[in-house]
Design a protein around this ligand. Structure first.
Ligand code: IPE
Ligand code: IPE
Ligand code: MG
Length: 260
C-alpha cells in the first residue's frame, strides 16, 4: 500500500489553531428509527428522511465554511440489525451514491468513503470508487462517509498496514505519526466538533483515535429533525468552549493575541 498524504499535526503533539468555525465536524446521525416509530411508520422511513437531512447539513456546513464533514452512516456493528433493514440501508446508500453525486460534484464537494469497504456488494464498491474519482479534484467541502466503519477496525488496520509496509518499525517502536498516516482519514485534521443526535451519549465505536481532543456535543433531537437551527445551536455551543489541550485557562489568556 502506498503511503498516503499526511499533513496535519496531532493534537497531542502540537496545539492546533482553533477558530470560531470548526474546521472538521464529525456526526453520529442517530435516531432515525425512533423518529419513524413515533409516526407509526416503518423504521426505514426514518432512514429515508435522514438522507434529506444529510443533503441540508452538507449544504449548510459548506456555507458556514466548514472544511471537512464526516458522517457515520453505517457502523461495523450495524450488520447485527434485521436483514431487511440492512438491505434497505444498502439500497439507500447505492441510490444516494448514484443520485447525489451530480449535485455534490456541481457544488465542488469532494466525496470520500471510509470503512471496511470490501464487505460491501461489488456494485456499491464500484460506485464508491467512481464517486471518489469524479470528485477528486473538487476544492469545496471535503465530505467523508463512514460506512462499515469501526474505530477499532481503523486502528487495527492502521497498525497492521504500517508494520507490513515498514517491518523495521516493529523493532524501533511505532510512533503516533506512523499510526496516523495509515488510519482511514490521514487527509483531515482531527475533528474539532463531534455531534451525536438521538439522545445517546456514547461513541458507538466511531473515530476512537481522532476524537482525542474533540469537543463532544450531544442533543436529544432525532436525526431526521436536525435542521439548520439545530446545527446552528451546536455551532453556538462550540464557540463557547475553551479548548485548552491540557493547558490552564490562565495560559490561554496570556497567549491570546490581543492580550497586553
Ligand atoms: C441511525 O438511526 C442510522 C443508522 C444507524 C444507520 P437508528 O437506525 O440507529 O435509529 P434509532 O437509534 O433506532 O432511533
Ligand atoms: C451509531 O448508531 C451508528 C450510526 C449512526 C451509523 P447506532 O444506533 O448503531 O448506535 P448504538 O447501537 O445505539 O450504540
Ligand atoms: Mg440508533
Amino acid at each position: 500500500m502506498v503511503k498516503r498524504l499526511f499533513t496535519h499535526r496531532s493534537s497531542t503533539q502540537a496545539i492546533p489553531e482553533v477558530g470560531d468555525i470548526p474546521r472538521h465536524v464529525a456526526i453520529i446521525m442517530d435516531g432515525n428509527g425512533r423518529w419513524a416509530n413515533k409516526r407509526f411508520l416503518p423504521r426505514v422511513a426514518g432512514h429515508s428522511q435522514g438522507l434529506e437531512v444529510v443533503r441540508q447539513v452538507v449544504k449548510s456546513c459548506a456555507e458556514k465554511g466548514v472544511e471537512f464533514l464526516t458522517l457515520f452512516a453505517f457502523s461495523s456493528e450495524n450488520w447485527r440489525r434485521p436483514p431487511e433493514e440492512v438491505g434497505f440501508l444498502m439500497k439507500l446508500f447505492l441510490t444516494a451514491l448514484e443520485k447525489e453525486i451530480v449535485r455534490l460534484d456541481r457544488n465542488q464537494v469532494r466525496l470520500r468513503v471510509i470503512g471496511h469497504l470490501s464487505a460491501f456488494d461489488p456494485v456499491i464498491q464500484e460506485k464508491i470508487k467512481e464517486a471518489e474519482i469524479r470528485t477528486a479534484g473538487n476544492t469545496g467541502l471535503q465530505l467523508t462517509i463512514a460506512a462499515n466503519y469501526g474505530g477499532r477496525w481503523d486502528l487495527l488496520n492502521a497498525v497492521n498496514q504500517a508494520l507490513v509496509a515498514h517491518p523495521e518499525w516493529s523493532q524501533e517502536g511505532l510512533t503516533e505519526d506512523h499510526i496516523t498516516q495509515y488510519l482511514s482519514m490521514p487527509f483531515a485534521p482531527e475533528p474539532d466538533l463531534f455531534i451525536r443526535t438521538g439522545g445517546e451519549q456514547r461513541m458507538s465505536n466511531f473515530l476512537l483515535w481522532q476524537l482525542a481532543y474533540t469537543e463532544l456535543y450531544f442533543t436529544d433531537t432525532l436525526w431526521p429533525d436536525f435542521d439548520d437551527q439545530a446545527l446552528e445551536q451546536a455551532f453556538a455551543w462550540y464557540r463557547q468552549r475553551e479548548r485548552r489541550f491540557g493547558r490552564t485557562s490562565a495560559q490561554l489568556e496570556s497567549d491570546a493575541p490581543d492580550s497586553p
